[in-house]
Design a protein around this ligand. Structure first.
Ligand code: NAP
Length: 254
């Protein structure tokens, strides 16, 4: 993955879980990383750790459900580093887990704001720049939920289906300009989100044994792979490491 060295990336939802693992992995590969999230204390702490090991890192406070915040995050990274080569739209929420007949309507809508609008806002903020420079990669965090229906997850399943379609549309519009957009479905990952799912007890995913979940570092390795040219064949699709074939491509254990 030598080609990643010297690249500049913005990762949303980088205060913990998969986003933090992605930021660390990209940094390991020599990428300058901007960590964006709402919890500034956390991202500043992670940035200090990364800088101690000689990495170039930035902490940017950002609520992805606000277009102004996403625009500012992109502008800050570009101001610091001259441009951006990679955007990982990772921020997402599983809450509120609730049956359709009982859930809080405003909280349901807020999940759509984060999971769907957040991804659109990220692409809207960065794609004009990538189109102008004829290069760049956007990775959108998807989920198996994009293709299935699960009890209590109406917001999550519909939002991830929308993200999948956003990836396809963006790929159709920008592949000709040399800009790559790819979705990524990691399978089940041992993070705070998965702990929330487990404690809900509401559908079969919540019943899975914790040992079946992959570590966030595996998801991060896959995202680093997707940022490289050798992953170009997956552009416009939802690449998955749920399958042995997907894991083999990344070099993960099967
Ligand atoms: P997590 O542990 O709950 O972390 C979520 C991250 O998103 C946090 O850094 C959080 O930071 C950030 N975030 C939430 N709302 C935000 C907002 N409005 N603006 C900016 N950042 C926001 O979740 P995870 O498991 O790492 O999941 C990361 C992504 O992978 C999500 O898109 C999720 O849907 C997807 N995914 C996860 C799994 C899984 O099994 N865990 C499976 C498939 C897909 P702040 O709270 O500091 O803002």
């Amino acid at each position: 993955m030598n080609e990643l060295k010297g690249k500049r990336a913005l990762v949303t939802g980088a205060s913990r879980g998969i986003g933090l693992a992605i930021a660390r992995k990209l940094s390991d590969h020599g990428v300058s990383v901007a960590l964006a999230a709402r919890n500034t204390k956390q991202i500043e702490l992670h940035v200090r750790e990364l800088r101690k090991s000689g990495a170039k890192a930035l902490a940017i406070e950002c609520d992805v459900s606000q277009f102004h915040d996403m625009e500012q995050a992109v502008n800050t990274a570009v101001y610091e580093w001259g441009s951006l080569d990679i955007l990982v739209n990772n921020a997402g929420t599983i809450e509120p887990i609730a049956p359709l007949t009982q859930g809080d309507a405003n909280a349901w809508a807020q999940a759509i704001d984060v999971n769907v609008k957040g991804v659109y806002f990220g692409m809207r903020a960065v794609l004009p720049l990538m189109e102008a420079q004829h290069s760049g990669v956007v990775v959108n965090l998807s989920s198996g939920a994009a293709n299935s229906a699960l009890e209590g997850w109406s917001h999550y399943c519909s939002s991830k289906a929308a993200v999948k379609k956003l990836t396809e549309c963006a790929h159709k519009e920008l592949a000709g300009a040399g800009v790559r957009i790819v979705g990524f479905s990691p399978g089940t990952v041992a993070t705070d989100m998965m702990a929330t799912i487990k404690s809900s007890g509401i559908n079969p995913v919540s019943q899975l044994d914790w040992s079946t979940h992959i570590p966030p570092e595996w998801a991060a390795e896959a995202v680093a792979f997707l940022c490289c040219d050798e992953a170009k064949e997956f552009d416009g699709t939802d690449f998955s490491i749920k399958t042995d074939e997907g894991r083999r491509r990344v070099g993960l254990p099967v």
